[in-house]
Design a protein around this ligand. Structure first.
Ligand SMILES: [Zn+2]
Length: 571
């Protein structure tokens, strides 16, 4: 590269979206944007695709913006275009002085449609350690062999998935979910868009979601089921286009416009008009009323959900069971902590999945269902591994329910994966009977670890007691200052750190007096209130028609490709 020359011309080459090495489904919609590094003259601008004027290749003319708001540089933007012929596309953008050349791969889905339905399970922040601990707690282990397998283990195809985004090796749930639902990489906090340089969060170049695609091309039904707020990043990734995942008001509106057929989880606070107590909307739109007017049945409790799903007339279902996130399975089914007293009628994820399958299977053209076990991540952030692992068992129960539903049909592709990892590992066991004054002396490693003595799991796969005398020793590798208690938090979800008057996060004194509690000095910046996501690969397991494409190492964007190929959605 001729650096001296480009320094003299004082210009960086233009930025092109979709970016270099983008893989694009033939026929899927995207926005083309070219950002020039300065104010340029429109007559000097030349953008070509495989040598031809872009307008010829894409069939439309772009808008030239002389000075973008907040940037004062020129850009070219062209919304809702598509390319129907697979192949390599060389895209060049020139302002008369500098030129940038990138390439896209456009792929088709040439085979016949293999799957009528697709079910994508996402354990948010679901790491390998969560999976192993769930297997130990749920199935038991002796002689070095598990006494049973998880439902997600018993799937014929498996891959490692790379989760990094456009801007960072570490991803968040927004851009990682976007990769699954659009086939395009994106940036932290961005959903269904490439993050451009302007401050407006809603003007970024969009890419089509699987929801839009399968509704537009195949008239399929779409379901989104979670135990977090439905407007949170993972469920939002099924429909949303925004640079900022916290645009909750907008995301709710985008769900409404998407025509999604089943939408269940928490987050009603963003559906209610601001005049209603408990609302967090900034406007007076009543989205519960709007969804009802659009023909959705409304469920706010487990019972209402079951009744609505059982009614053969129900084609569209909105289930909002909490103003915020639902509670973890440990709190809901066992401890009655968290907000369970206030919201005692929350459904279990397994029952949400069963209800969603009943409603969605009424669509003659098949469905795409996304199911998130979202509190694995939130509890991993809290360094509360027991809650996270119990919610991993719940995820597996939901997978088992879907597998049982799909077994006699052989027309449903089921995928189980995570959006990113968390930094926890199984180190050994904590043995209360071991000698030593300090709890750290009671950590058994290697041969001293032996096996934990959790009781055999109940019929739902949950051990009914977690505070046994020899329990798993699981530690996080990144954390703020906090007190390690070496015990499950039976009095409610763990809050490891709290903000000090100096606005930095310090260890929560609440746990200081727990027997044997030990201060761990944080390794994260002092504005971190909790643990953070980590960049290791995650596991994808799959079964059903089309699952044979799951193998080896895959980018998260390839998971989208597996789904659309099974559905032949690019034809
Ligand atoms: Zn997270």
């Amino acid at each position: 590269m001729c650096c001296a020359l480009s320094l003299v011309t004082a210009g960086e080459a233009a930025t092109i979206y979709p970016i270099h090495r983008a893989t694009i489904l033939a026929g899927s919609l995207f926005d083309l944007k070219v950002e020039f590094d300065g104010v340029v003259q429109p007559e000097k601008v030349r953008v070509t695709i495989n040598g031809a004027e872009y307008s010829q290749a894409l069939g439309k003319t772009a808008t030239f913006v002389e000075k973008e708001k907040g940037v004062d540089k020129s850009a070219l933007i062209l919304r809702d275009v598509s390319i129907s012929t697979p192949g390599v596309y060389i895209v060049t953008a020139s302002d008369g002085v500098t030129t940038n050349t990138i390439s896209w791969e456009v792929y088709g889905t040439p085979g016949p449609r293999q799957a009528r339905n697709v079910i994508l399970f996402v354990g948010d922040g679901f790491s390998v350690a969560h999976r192993t601990a769930a297997r130990i707690l749920s199935k038991g282990i002796s002689e070095g062999k598990y006494n049973g397998m998880l439902a997600m283990d018993e799937m014929p195809h498996m891959a490692l998935v790379g989760t990094s985004g456009v801007d960072s090796v570490i991803t968040d749930s927004a851009n990682s979910m976007s990769a699954y639902t659009t086939g395009h990489k994106s940036s932290v906090n961005a959903l269904g868009v490439y993050a451009d340089r302007t401050p407006d969060t809603l003007d970024d170049p969009k890419v089509e979601t699987i929801t839009s695609l399968v509704k537009r091309k195949l008239r399929m039904a779409v379901g989104v089921v979670t135990n977090t707020e439905v407007e949170d990043a993972t469920p939002a990734g099924m429909v949303a286009h925004t640079r900022r995942r916290s645009d909750y008001d907008v995301i709710v509106e985008q769900f409404y416009q998407s025509g999604v057929d089943v939408l269940m989880g928490g987050g009603s606070a963003s559906f209610l008009p601001k005049s209603v107590p408990g609302s967090r909307r900034k406007d007076d739109q009543d989205f519960i009323a709007k969804f009802r007017q659009a023909g959705y049945s409304l469920a706010t409790t487990d019972k209402e959900m079951r009744e609505a799903a059982a009614d053969p007339a129900t084609q569209k279902l909105l289930g909002l069971f909490h103003p915020g996130n639902l509670d973890t399975v440990l709190d809901r089914k066992f401890l009655k902590k968290g907000t369970v007293e206030q919201f005692p009628n929350q459904p279990d994820l397994v029952d949400e999945v069963k209800a969603a399958l009943s409603v969605l299977s009424r669509n003659p053209n098949g469905f795409v269902l996304m199911v998130e076990s979202g509190l694995i991540d939130k509890q991993a952030h809290n360094l509360d591994w027991e809650r996270a692992v119990m919610d991993t068992i719940m995820l597996d129960n939901a997978v088992a329910a879907a597998k049982a539903w799909a077994a006699p049909r052989n027309d449903t592709l089921i995928l189980v994966t995570a959006d990113h990892s968390h930094g926890l590992a199984i180190v050994g066991t904590v043995d209360d009977a071991a000698k030593g004054e300090l709890m750290r002396d009671k950590i058994g490693v290697y041969a001293d670890a032996g096996y934990p003595n959790y009781p055999q799991a109940n019929a739902e796969g949950y051990p009914e007691n977690l505070e046994v005398s020899r329990r798993l020793a699981v530690f996080f590798n990144n954390f703020p200052d906090y007190y390690e208690t070496f015990r499950p938090k039976l009095d409610g979800p763990f809050v490891p750190a709290v903000q000090s008057p100096e606005k930095v996060y310090v260890a929560n004194e609440k746990y200081k007096s727990a027997p044997g509690a030990m201060l761990r000095t944080g390794i994260l910046p002092r504005d971190a209130s909790q643990g953070v996501h980590t960049g290791e690969d995650v596991i994808l397991t799959a079964t059903g028609p089309g699952s044979e494409r799951v193998m080896g190492f895959m980018n998260n964007t390839d998971v989208f490709r597996v789904m659309v190929e099974a559905l032949a959605a690019g034809n």
